[in-house]
Design a binder for this molecule. Sequence first.
Ligand SMILES: Nc1ncnc2c1ncn2[C@@H]1O[C@H](COP(=O)(O)OP(=O)(O)O)[C@@H](O)[C@H]1O
Ligand SMILES: [Mg+2]
Length: 416
Amino acid sequence: MSDTFGRQLREHRHTAGLTMEQLAERSGVSARAISDMERERSVAPQRRTVQALAEALALPEADQPAFLAAARAGRPKVTAAVPAGCCALPRPVPDFTGRARELAQLSRMASSAQPAPALAPVMTVSGTAGAGKTTLAVQAAHLIGTDFTGGTLFVDLRGMDTRPAGAAETLARLLSAFGLRDDEIPVDETDRAGMYRELLQHRRVLMVLDNVADESQVRPLLPGPGPSLTVITSRRLLAGLEGVHRLNLTQMPAGDAATLLRRIIGDREREAIGEVAELCGRLPLALRIAGNRLMSRPQWTVRHLADRLSDEHRRLDQLIAGDLRIAAAFSLSYTQLSPQARRLFHRLSLAPGADFDARCAGAFDPADPESIEDALDELVELSLLQAHVDGRYRFHNLIRLFARERLAEEEAAEPR
Ligand SMILES: Nc1ncnc2c1ncn2[C@@H]1O[C@H](COP(=O)(O)OP(=O)(O)O)[C@@H](O)[C@H]1O
Ligand SMILES: [Mg+2]
């Protein structure tokens, strides 16, 4: 018999007098998967699956080689390396600085990925706009990517766009990056997700899902068992995802922040560099913008920039360089807030001191305590506010200034 796997499977099942459900029960392979295989919608029956089916069908020994060979032939020919240009990893930044602990954590995650039945690890990297999430994921992927024989895939899910990438669309892109032809990719999102998980079962692939909007966008892209690693970046904490490892990216340590600035502008005016780093709240995006600004104005001293930044009212306006704007970056998260969270965000910018608790937050807003708690959760979820273990909340200094600007602009006419 030199027929396709799907046809052989159907024929052997009929010969054995089994329904799909009965075969499913005996083999442990789902009825849906069997149906997909018979209809040739599933092109990648794995060895383990094929063996289970052969046993459940009590396939005569003479028929086994043809059955196994047809399954092998049906498997898509996936090259180890992913085709160039498709879901390709962006270039790493040449002056990558610090984040050693985070890189080590990702590297440990990579070595923890084990063949099925072990569940493939997933790591979320969350943090505010410009914290360096994408940069970290890309750097890590370049460092540990060689370990992934199935290749590295990078997809931007455009989470902050008005129309984020849909899961079905993303799955199709990933499947085609795995070498599947358009006509081999199922129409249905659930089928695509199933095929995707099936492919990941036996491939050591590193997936970077960048800029994820929320849980619902990424859930269908989570792997099942297998040796792959998925790294998700998001401004949201994605608290609703279960069984994932989490990494929260905050500002850089003072030394690393100054080092990054020196790498951009050269080693000069150490004291002023330290000041600029602090005024940028040691936020990588702000440091990058400040560095680029200095590079594009050779006549400026670092001291001059430090002085300009030290005026709180002008700080955010100073942090613009080319198409990089710190306020625009924050704005993308801000626009996702509910009206209540927005109002609390504005008003909390007036809270004195470095941090505050929920009760103190309530003093700035007439809403009831539950609504205040909800609004605080929302702000934390979107990384506009940091929550600390002791129940206190803290603003990043640039985000506080941003909140104050929004307050002045949007509530100027409203009585408090
Ligand atoms: N560790 C780092 N070393 C050097 N530059 C960094 C680092 N992290 C972030 N950056 C720079 O900061 C800016 C914002 O980083 P990005 O990864 O885009 O932030 P996010 O994805 O969190 O919004 C980029 O210009 C990037 O080059
Ligand atoms: Mg990013």
